[in-house]
Design a protein around this ligand. Sequence first.
Ligand code: FE2
Length: 504
Amino acid sequence: MGMKEIVKLFSEKGILIDPEALDYISSKDDPLSFAQDVISKLSESSLVLTLEEIKKMESPEEENIEEEEGLGTKIFEKVPVGTGEKVLAKEYESEVKIIKDVTGNVTCKGEVDDFTKLFNSRYNKIKKIFHSQRRGLRNSIPIKKIKSGKIKEAQIIGIVKDIRTTQKGYRIVEIEDEEDSITVLIPKDDPRLYQQAQEIVYDEVISVRVTSGRNGLFIAQSVSYPDISVNHKKKKSEVPVYVAFLSDTHIGSKKFLRDHWDRLIKWLNGEIGNSRQRDVARKIKYIVIPGDTVDGVGVYPNQDKELEISDIYKQYQILSEELQKIPDHITVIIQPGNHDAVRPAEPQPALEKEIQDLFSGKEFIFVGNPCYFSIHGVEILSYHGQSLLDFSTSIPTLKYNQPIDIMKVSLRKRHLAPIYGGHTPIAPEHEDFMVIERIPDIFVTGHVHLSSVGEYRGVTLINASAWQAQTSYQKMLNFVPDPAKLPIVDLKTGNTTSMDFNVV
Ligand SMILES: [Fe+2]
């Protein structure tokens, strides 16, 4: 059995394998059965398998025996409370820095020229990225120059104003820079170009290599997205603490998953879980909530029928009470989503002071949506994710229930929500806060109530589940959520783990 097969076996289970671990498995007499044995022993979905973990499995100490026996909620509940045990995360001071956030920087006044300012900001930011990253794209020229007819071929950068398909299957894209606009035909016979053209969406900034043909027609030779560098070097923290991502709590909804939530709280307090799981809990120093903390009121048709608490202020009071149950040494970072009590247009500022004042007893940090912040030097881009729907309905290759693929496209476009006039309301800020100006180490979204983890060019991608069962609205849309899961990142190693409270 070759290394490729081993990697495949693990990747089918959603597990990445460390090169050292791979070497070790390959060196065994029967690598296949050894690998299968390893998989069977992974009781939580560890995403990167290390050699250390395999060694631990081979020489089961007391804790591993307990782990094998300890599967199933009932047995977990019997595990003695972790009092007196070392709480690692407690030993470290929190270290959160806000890098970029619209909170306190709202500039739009709702005037007509606000949108002009927003799109100019977007154009200039993305153009800067093109010029800084891509050698071949540095020499772009203004659209009016190629239209003058003197230049036969050139690189241009512009905002997509229109994109359509002709009856013969050609894509026609109209792009615009600060002075002029141009209509470009994208041939259908080049599969690579065709694929690139499939991903073009309205209002994003792209770079196109065009040649001028007959009759004033311009033909695309290639389409480029700003993208992120191929091998982003992920920053790591010096201290061994974990950050957990817990999205879409939807407090106030009748569909709030009370039992799962209570198990989460018990686990965080060291009361349930096998020894390995309790060890993870002890290392959690941060919890990030990427939006939809409460269910809100009047967010979707007939929502009132599914509300347990119909007063939004009361919903936040209950949220505060629930978060109070989390150990005090954990810092909680709260971001709003489309169900929260802030303006619906993105970027959204942090929850207002009146609501923030309801929270006490531990460190709470209120941020806007989106927000760049760092934890012990590890940069996180947190975005609730409303535009995931716009991307999936605009690009035929994307599916709403595969958020990781959408997040990759978003990174390629260096923009969180380019499409204006879709599902995501956009505020005409004078600066475009939705541009992905910095390459994060972790990019997290919520909103779609799914739980998935992935990686793109060195960036960890997380969609952070939900704590709400399927709503009637989701049922109508035929959408099945994947709730009560908790993706966790070890800030020191960058490795990812996930806890499943449907099982724990
Ligand atoms: Fe939600």
